[in-house]
Design a protein around this ligand. Structure first.
Ligand SMILES: Nc1nc2c(ncn2[C@@H]2O[C@H](COP(=O)(O)OP(=O)(O)OP(=O)(O)O)[C@@H](O)[C@H]2O)c(=O)[nH]1
Ligand SMILES: [Mg+2]
Length: 638
């Protein structure tokens, strides 16, 4: 299916054209038919000669209903631009063209109607020239009369050709359906209609209603009045939603796929094209963006700059008031009064309601969304720095740009911004800008060095303390940063010292002296670990012992048992000479030590895979087992 939206001045024959082609009545309201004027969106569809279906969204041309026009045009990729041969180019021709251009719509067809009333050629030439200066560029044109039927077959053929040339949207794209109409059917609940620009919806899918983010399941799905099991964009869809109260859904809300959109009320945008609200002259949507962000009022045309001003932002069928903070040339931050579901790269339309007073139509600008979660601008000069950064960004930012701005991001957050391609995570789903990651590693070094200087006896820096010092959102990031020269052990971070600096010199003199005494004892009786009383007398408290262990002067077997480094290798050698398997009592005898030391030492060797404990509590030395180097040195790396 294809979808095309009408555009053009009031009474130029848009609805008559839909009627002539489809036989359907786009003016749904009695009031519309009575007044002979479209007020709200209308719909109709036909099957093209190619067999494809084409749906029309018919919009009102009257100036008063331009917001309805915007709600219809927002999500549609192509336009049927209508100008009447008898009246020619008129104010809403200009305004609608400015809207189409601001939305960045690139495909379309010009139709000069009422060819039975006047020669269509001059109007066609004039309109084509104006259109050529916009996002539409050169488009084909057809002259028709809805009254005589002349040209209607040509129009259908031209539409067929246009539709064949439209890009096919990605059926796997995330779903966002802007609600343009909702109503309730007795007995069936609430129905929402909208244009599905891309992606696929299925019956029974669960979508989320913005801005409440309440889930809603699709009970029934229709496309062009027929029930379907699934439909892919581009399409007009009607969704019957399960268990929704009447009045829950309104135009401007969206039905979105959970996790794939960012609901945001703060965005950074690039103004792409502006049409100033002048009664004559800049009617073609191709004007410069500069005037929209000028900090001085441009007194000559009444087009006041938007510094700190309120504008109306239109996206899809939504309309929301926003305050503008200019950042730099053609760049601005918008604070939205209500949140909307956006992706980076989305196009939005800005209208300056104030200019209505000084002109016959409001000025319109297009903008692309560069960031949907911009960082706060706190420091002086932050806005200018932001503008310098954003100036180089493409209209559809990628992971590279987003990471360069945000430093660290979760992949799921990036996905909700509309970016699914990203570099390899640094850990879990965390993505990092390479430069930022390097700077974090550098900062970690500084933090650890100053911690070690301040607390020489501490057992390294706790991960949470390092996380807080670096202001990181997740402690796993600290672990991921702990690559050499940083090292994790026992839940703390250390800086590894170059080999020459290892060991004793790090210990304060009294600790060093006490350790020397202890080592002399252990030289004589290697498995006679000092008891608590002995340690106390030597002035070795838990911190001093931990420092000595890190310095490679002692080896910790358990909380209560310390021996000289290498005691595990020596023990394995002794135990290897015993008849296998052996009991703990036998091992204690052979090691010439107490049960207080023997049991933890055996358990240590079990854990290290040097010995194996059998079901009958005896042990065997594993074949070829030697304590691994890392276990021998214990914490000696720091
Ligand atoms: N003679 C002649 N009259 C036409 C033609 N097309 C439309 N009309 C008449 O022009 C009037 C306006 O037509 P609509 O189709 O309602 O115009 P519209 O563009 O939909 O107007 P809005 O929706 O209000 O913007 C109606 O009275 C139509 O009968 C045409 O090709 N020839
Ligand atoms: Mg109409």
């Amino acid at each position: 299916m294809h979808v095309i939206v009408t555009a053009g001045h009031v009474d130029h024959g848009k609805s008559a054209l839909i009627r002539a082609m489809t036989g359907m009545e786009p003016d749904r309201w009695a009031e519309e038919r009575r007044r002979g004027m479209t007020i709200d969106l209308g719909f109709g569809w036909l099957t093209l000669p190619s067999g494809d279906q084409l749906a029309f969204v018919d919009v009102p041309g009257h100036e008063r209903f331009v917001t309805n026009m915007l709600a219809g045009a927002g999500p549609v990729p192509a336009v049927l631009f209508v100008v009447a041969a008898d009246e020619g180019w008129m104010p809403q021709s200009a305004e609608h063209l400015a809207v189409i251009s601001a939305l960045g719509i690139k495909r379309g067809l010009l139709v000069v109607t009422k060819s039975d009333l006047a020669d269509p050629a001059p109007v066609m030439a004039d309109a084509q020239a104006r259109i050529a200066r916009t996002s539409l560029g050169q488009i084909p044109a057809v002259a028709v009369s809805s009254v005589t039927g002349a040209g209607v077959p040509d129009l259908v053929a031209a539409l067929d050709e246009l539709c064949r040339s439209l890009p096919v949207p990605d059926p796997g794209a995330p779903v966002r359906i802007w609600v343009d109409r909702s109503f309730s059917i007795t007995g069936s609940g609430t129905v929402a209609t909208g244009t599905l620009p891309a992606g696929t919806v299925h019956r029974d899918d669960e979508l989320v209603i913005t801005p409440s983010m309440r889930p809603a399941r699709i009970r029934e799905l229709q496309a062009l009045g027929e029930p379907v099991a699934a439909v892919s964009g581009t399409a007009r869809v009607a969704l019957n939603l399960r268990g929704l109260d009447k009045d829950v859904l309104h135009r401007g809300m969206a039905l979105v796929q959970a996790g794939r959109w960012t609901l945001t009320d703060l965005i950074d945008v690039r103004i792409t094209a502006a049409s100033m609200g002048r009664a004559a002259g800049a009617e073609d949507g191709g004007g410069s963006a500069g005037g929209w962000l000028a900090s001085e009022p441009a007194a000559d045309n009444g087009a006041t700059g938007l510094l700190g001003r309120a504008v109306t932002v239109h996206i899809g069928s939504a309309r929301v008031v926003a305050r503008v903070r200019p950042l730099g040339p053609a760049l601005a931050r918008l604070s939205l009064a209500d949140p909307v579901p956006l992706h980076v790269g989305d196009r939005v339309l800005l209208r300056d309601p104030g200019s209505r007073r000084s002109s016959s139509w409001p000025s319109v600008a297009g903008a692309v969304v560069l960031d949907v979660a911009p960082p706060q601008l706190l420091r002086r000069g932050a806005a200018a720095a932001t503008a310098r950064q954003l100036a180089s960004w493409p209209d559809t930012p990628t992971a590279t740009e987003m990471l360069s701005r945000h430093g660290l991001m979760r992949a799921s957050v990036l996905l909700a911004m509309g970016i699914s391609d990203h570099p390899r995570p640094v850990c879990g789903e965390w993505l990092a800008d390479p430069d930022y990651w390097r700077s974090l590693s550098h900062q970690l070094g500084e933090v650890l060095a100053s911690h070690a200087a301040a607390e020489p006896l501490a057992a390294g820096m706790q991960i949470d303390a390092a996380r807080a010092a670096l202001d990181l959102p997740d402690r796993r990031l600290v672990t991921a940063l702990a690559k050499p020269p940083f090292r994790m052990s026992c839940g703390a971070l250390h800086i590894m010292k170059p080999a020459g600096q290892r060991g004793v010199p790090e210990l304060p003199a009294p600790v060093l002296a006490a350790v020397r005494v202890l080592r002399a004892d252990l030289d004589k009786a290697p498995f006679a670990s000092p008891d608590a009383d002995r340690l106390r007398k030597l002035g070795l408290d838990a911190r001093a012992i931990a420092a000595a262990v890190r310095a490679g002067e002692l080896m910790r077997i358990s909380d209560q048992v310390v021996l000289a480094p290498g005691a595990d290798v020596a023990a394995a050698a002794v135990l290897g000479k015993l008849d296998q398997p052996f009991t703990a009592a036998r091992a204690r005898e052979a090691l010439d030590t107490t049960r207080r030391t023997a049991i933890p030492l055996l358990e240590y060797l079990d854990a290290a895979g040097v010995t194996e404990r059998l079901p009958d509590d005896r042990r065997v030395l594993r074949d070829g087992a030697q304590p691994a180097k890392s276990l021998v040195s214990g914490e000696a790396g720091s």
